[in-house]
Design a protein around this ligand. Structure first.
Ligand SMILES: [Zn+2]
Length: 194
């Protein structure tokens, strides 16, 4: 069983929540500080703003060689790019659902009575289980994937013309039941190379 992740936790870890939260925090804290110190509204915030403005102004009045400014800007861009790339990767990882690892999904081809059947396991999130899909018998002569949903008494391989009677051909829904019950009992070939 996969445990559903808390929506609130996902919201808290979202890059946008973190970014906007920091900005809000930086605005709200100086305002609270003003209220406590009984200073006019936005005094601290404007002080911080003007201090930053002065620092930037001083930086540009010093005769900084142009190449140093360019190098600093390039370094900042590289660091930002690496950081955002990391954030995006983490977010994409979170969005990609991790399918439950089950042994039996390796089992997708087997002989039932006289003919080989192939199928796919499709994960269904609603039922939280793997369902059998595209279940088809394989021609004994040419390996062509045949389709006989109506359960005809006689079936001719569309590729090589090999003729099959009802003694060979099983009803796909019967094969489906056999596969499902064998999975329940754990009676299927296990992959030992793990
Ligand atoms: Zn064939």
């Amino acid at each position: 069983m996969i445990k559903p992740k808390s929506k609130f936790k996902t919201f808290l870890n979202h890059p946008w929540t973190i970014g906007l939260g920091c900005v809000l925090f930086a605005i709200v804290v100086p305002i609270i500080f003003d209220i406590i110190k009984k200073l006019p509204f936005l005094t601290t915030l404007s002080n911080i703003f003007f201090a930053a403005y002065n620092i930037i102004g001083t930086f540009f009045t010093i005769k900084t060689p142009m190449y140093i400014v360019v190098i600093i800007i390039i370094l900042v861009i590289i660091v930002e790019a690496i950081y955002f790339n990391h954030l995006i990767k983490k977010y994409v990882e979170k969005l990609t659902p991790k399918l439950p690892a089950e042994d039996f999904i390796q089992w997708n081809r087997d002989k039932f009575k006289k003919i080989i059947w192939t199928w796919k396991w499709i994960y269904n999130a609603q039922y939280n289980k793997y369902l059998i899909a595209d279940l088809r018998p394989e021609c004994n002569k040419c390996s062509f994937k045949m389709y006989n949903d109506n359960g005809y008494a006689i079936y001719i391989c569309p590729n090589c013309g090999n003729i099959y009677g009802s003694d060979v051909f099983e009803n796909p829904s019967d094969i489906r039941m056999v596969i499902e019950q064998r999975v329940e009992k754990g009676d299927y070939p296990k992959n030992d190379s793990k």
